[in-house]
Design a protein around this ligand. Structure first.
Ligand code: FAD
Length: 414
């Protein structure tokens, strides 16, 4: 429920109501339904357009993430703005070899869904405002965080009010990849700069997409065109084109016609002719992993814990699996009378999720390295990889399960 001021103490304070913080709040409220736990979400930015989560991007939600939102009762509202992916087609420009993954082969209705971030923002923010179990304070920024004996003390700055001090048994830091709070707390990030940027835009084209997601590896870097719903009779897709930082500024400077020509030359004619280009945005890309994710009374979630390259569409999907496991661990701890911020509880969460995090981070990192490289040996490895995925059912299945967010290295206890 939307509140104007915060109470003096909460069991859990979630810093950041972006994609991860808002989703986690809904998961925690659902897991703790009926239990007397006070949850606060503070979000610094009120406008969805200005938010770092709910901007003009689209997100490929894996099958596993769709199932999570369905369990929360949010999928019906999200489905209206999401496009199912029925097939994934991976190819390498200028080389034979392609991998095709089909929803029918995998025995699911869709391999994943393409959701527009702004619609995710509308649905998730509405859920926060309506939930009786959550206090949602926005705009309100946490400016300082200090460990105390039973959790954390936080300084909160809302729009008009004086700064206020509140305490929390557990702080869930979901404040994104530029978290100043984690930096001030001395949590360092291990960063691999890919020296690449992702240019994103919506595109229109002459032929139907038939719900196929295309991933194509080109001389400039990997590019993906994900299927979007038709708008005013136009076939649409979401373009994510990874290019070197040097090429990015030149490509952002092209006019629309020049940009579409360059795209057509790299992508080919699987979608016919590209006819229109929406507004372009450019994101620098790097892999960043926090060197610690839990401390007494503190846990990091989402981009502050790990920001991945978007080539394999894994960042949010991994964070949602983390959030699901954390919510479950906390609800079990609460039922057992344990403190939510206790290191023992938080380490249980890490023990359960660390192998998924490692596997997914490696999958994303090596896919990026393999598919952004022109070295002849890697071109051959890629070609072999694509053939293997296509021809060897066990490779295909494990590749598809990772892409669908169905890799669960450790089963939940109970
Ligand atoms: C081009 C691109 C494409 C992508 N595509 C995919 C994809 O297809 N599939 C996928 O799974 N992932 C994808 N990702 C990754 C995904 O976007 C991120 O994983 C996700 O946005 C992380 O969300 P977050 O909530 O952790 O951080 P953010 O989105 O940065 O949100 C953090 C929130 O915290 C708030 N905040 C910050 N500081 C404070 C404070 N002190 N007090 C209060 N509030 C604060 C901010 O205002 C913001 O709303 C993509 C990423 C990029 C760059």
């Amino acid at each position: 429920m939307r509140v104007e001021t915060a109470q003096a103490h909460y069991d859990v304070v979630i810093v950041g109501g972006g994609l991860v913080g808002a989703s986690f709040a809904c998961m925690l409220a659902s897991q703790l339904a009926g239990m007397p736990v006070k949850i606060l979400v503070t979000e610094a930015i009120e406008s969805l357009q200005a938010s770092t989560s709910f901007d003009a991007r689209t997100t490929a939600l894996s099958y596993g993430s769709q199932q999570l939102y369905a369990r929360l009762g949010l999928w019906e509202a999200l489905a209206a703005y999401s496009t199912p992916i029925k097939k994934i087609h991976v190819s390498d420009r200028g080389h034979f070899g392609a991998a095709r993954i089909d929803q029918a082969e995998m025995g699911v209705d869709a391999l994943g869904y393409v959701a527009e971030n702004q619609h995710l923002g509308v649905v998730l923010t509405q859920a926060l405002k309506e939930s009786k179990a959550i206090d949602y304070l926005c705009p309100a920024k946490i400016t300082h965080m200090l460990p105390i004996s039973e959790g954390m003390q936080l300084q909160l700055q809302s729009a008009e009010d004086e700064a206020q001090f509140i305490s929390a048994g557990l702080v869930v830091l979901a404040d994104g990849g530029k978290s100043s709070l984690s930096a001030t707390a001395g949590i360092r990030q291990q960063v691999t700069d890919y020296e690449q940027s992702a240019i994103i835009a919506n595109v229109a084209f002459s032929d139907e997409h038939h719900n196929i997601a295309y991933e194509r590896f080109t001389d400039t870097g990997p590019l993906a065109v994900l299927p979007l719903q038709e708008l005013q009779g136009e076939n649409r897709g979401a373009l994510i084109w990874t290019v070197s930082q040097v090429d990015a500024s030149a490509m952002m400077a092209l006019d629309d016609a020049q940009f579409l020509n360059a795209l057509q030359a790299r992508f080919g004619h699987r979608l016919g002719m590209f006819t229109k280009l929406g507004a372009r945005a450019c994101y620098p890309l790097r892999l960043s992993v926090a060197n610690e994710q839990v401390r007494p009374g503190l846990v990091l979630l989402g981009n502050v814990a790990h920001s991945l390259h978007p080539v394999a569409g894994q960042g949010l999907n991994l964070a949602l699996r983390d959030a699901d496991v954390l919510a479950h661990t906390l609800s079990q701890a609460f039922a057992a009378g344990e403190g939510l911020g206790s290191m023992c509880v938080l380490q249980q969460y890490m023990a359960q999720q660390s192998s998924d995090q490692l596997l997914t981070t490696r999958f994303s990192h090596y896919t990026t390295r393999l598919f952004s490289n022109k070295h002849p040996a890697l071109v051959w490895a890629r070609k072999f990889g694509l053939f293997s995925i296509d021809l060897v059912p066990v490779f295909k299945r494990s590749f598809a399960r990772q892409a669908m967010g169905l890799v669960t290295p450790k089963k939940r206890s109970a």
